[in-house]
Design a protein around this ligand. Structure first.
Ligand code: 5AD
Ligand code: SF4
Length: 477
């Protein structure tokens, strides 16, 4: 598993900093994000919108005029964390009664104005497609009224907004390429909170990548709920049956990858998340074709049993999934593969759980993100099935899956010992100031003595040792 996680669903909130804008309005924003990379990327759009209105940021919510919390609704635990955080903001409201508290993101979209009834201290509730209206919503809240905008859009991609890079290491950055999701996996709240799938104009994506490279960034991660489904035919919702003419002028995900890879050979390209039902060989050949497209595929499986996959509405079977894994191994032999797994989904039997373990044995993933099933209101599973696997069975199965993954991660990491890895340096190692850390193409963290190297350098590192998930070595340049 990752030591420095790229996308960490369980991440605690992170307060994000913004430079002081030139035409400040004197108001201070405290902006905190929970959940997935897409949420962190959205917060950069929110920061951009408010910077334009003269806001600066603070990392101390006691001195803020506005507190925004960008929330996650994927599991109940994520929501509970946000509720707990709100109780801390209450203290700030006591010392500053004019303080405005806004809830953004998936939890805002899920609960809508009900949020205002449940949490009296909240003034603003805004869904992921309504961030352009934030300045007006703040104005309304300043008059003492509550303000809500949870409209979902069929077009919004924020393509024209230049995100303000927050909490950035100056080396790696996220670029959103799609918004929303049309898949309707039975367990998932995302299609309800983020709406229908829309692809973003490839020209704006490539321009964003170019600008980042010019500013010194060396790696971009293209973000979408299902990147393989990316299809640009001129904007709006994805066409069910695009005409031959529309397809001729379209950009697919594989083509988009190529366009971004061509920005510069020294700009690494990553992407997340791939979907097994949509990931075609064209994408894999494109990854193989360019050295700067990272040899790493995050391919959530969710379960190793075809009956459960069918109930989850994932659109593939165990065999289909394993066939996709075989295609990755055939076309990109050096690729690392990671997964998401949900354990204890409705009616999952012990045998079916074992199918997940056996699939893991077959693949031996480099990394994994594993979760106990958490029933979410309004989802297909909540309406159709009973959440009938007892909590203690879910946690025991989860522990078995996590244990096995730890074994596989250690095994895969060990395979990297004795080899030279090209590492992009992201910063100073947490454990020692004398060491740097970065990642190889496969997304494994590599630690090595600093010498004269710095953040943003590519360094060839001969790996001589490892821990469970980290490679250790020395530069050979
Ligand atoms: N319960 C547990 N895990 C979930 N995920 C999505 N919805 C749920 C849920 N209701 C997991 C899936 C997905 C990842 C982002 O979160 O594994 O791939
Ligand atoms: Fe949720 Fe499935 Fe869409 Fe992923 S692909 S966001 S799991 S509905």
């Amino acid at each position: 598993m990752h030591e420095e996680k790229e996308i960490d669903e369980t991440k605690q909130g992170e307060a994000l900093m913004l430079e002081k804008p030139e035409n400040g309005n004197g108001k201070k924003l405290f902006l905190e994000s929970y959940g997935c990379a897409m949420n962190f990327s959205d917060s950069e759009i929110v920061a951009s919108i408010l910077k334009d209105k003269g806001f600066s940021t603070t990392q101390d919510f006691f001195e803020a005029d506005v507190i925004f919390v960008n929330t996650c609704a994927i599991r109940e635990g994520a929501e509970q964390r946000v509720r707990k955080r709100l109780t801390e903001y209450r203290k700030a409201k006591k010392t500053n009664p004019d303080l405005i508290i806004g809830v953004l993101g998936c939890m805002a979209e899920r609960l809508k104005s009900q949020f205002l009834e449940e949490e009296k201290l909240v003034d603003i509730v805004v869904g992921p497609d309504a961030y352009r209206s934030l300045p007006e919503l703040i104005e309304i809240a300043e008059t003492g009224q509550k303000a809500v905008n949870v409209l979902l859009s069929k077009e919004e991609t924020y393509a024209d907004i230049a995100p303000v890079r927050l909490g950035s290491n100056g080396v790696t950055a996220f670029i959103s390429i799609t918004r929303g999701c049309d898949n309707m996996c039975a367990f998932c709240v995302v299609p309800f909170t983020r709406g229908r799938e829309r692809s973003r104009d490839p020209e704006t994506i490539v321009n964003e990548a170019k600008e980042l490279f010019e500013q010194g960034y060396k790696e971009v991660t293209l973000l979408g709920q299902n990147v393989d489904s990316y299809l640009w035919t001129g904007g709006g919702l994805k066409k069910e049956n695009p005409s031959a003419e529309e397809l001729a002028g379209a950009t697919t995900f594989a083509q988009l990858l190529e366009k971004v890879a061509l920005v510069n050979p020294d700009l690494r390209v990553r992407f997340s998340t791939s979907h097994p039902k949509d990931m075609g060989d064209d994408v894999l050949y494109m990854i193989a074709k360019y050295d700067n497209i990272c040899k790493y595929v995050h391919l959530p499986v969710q379960s190793g049993n075809s009956r459960i996959l069918e109930m989850m509405n994932r659109g593939y079977t165990r065999e289909w999934y394993l066939n996709r894994i075989a295609a990755i191994r055939r076309i990109i032999p050096e690729a690392a593969i990671s997964m998401d797994i949900i354990t204890g989904f409705c009616s999952e039997t012990e045998e079916e759980h074992k199918d997940t373990l056996s699939l893991m044995e077959e693949v031996k993933y480099e990394f994994g993100y594993m979760f106990a099933y958490s029933e979410r209101p309004k989802t297909l599973a909540e309406r159709k099935y009973k959440d009938d696997v007892p909590a203690e069975v879910k946690s025991r199965r989860l522990a078995e899956i996590v244990d096995l993954q730890l074994k596989h991660s250690a095994l895969r990491t060990k395979e990297g010992v004795g080899k030279v890895h090209r590492v992009l340096v992201e910063g100073v190692s947490k454990k020692s100031k004398e060491e740097l850390f970065g990642r190889n193409s496969q997304n494994t963290v590599v630690v090595f003595p600093k010498k004269d190297y710095k953040k943003g350098d590519y360094v060839n590192v001969l790996v001589t040792d490892c821990t469970g998930g980290t490679l250790i070595g020395k530069s050979i340049d």
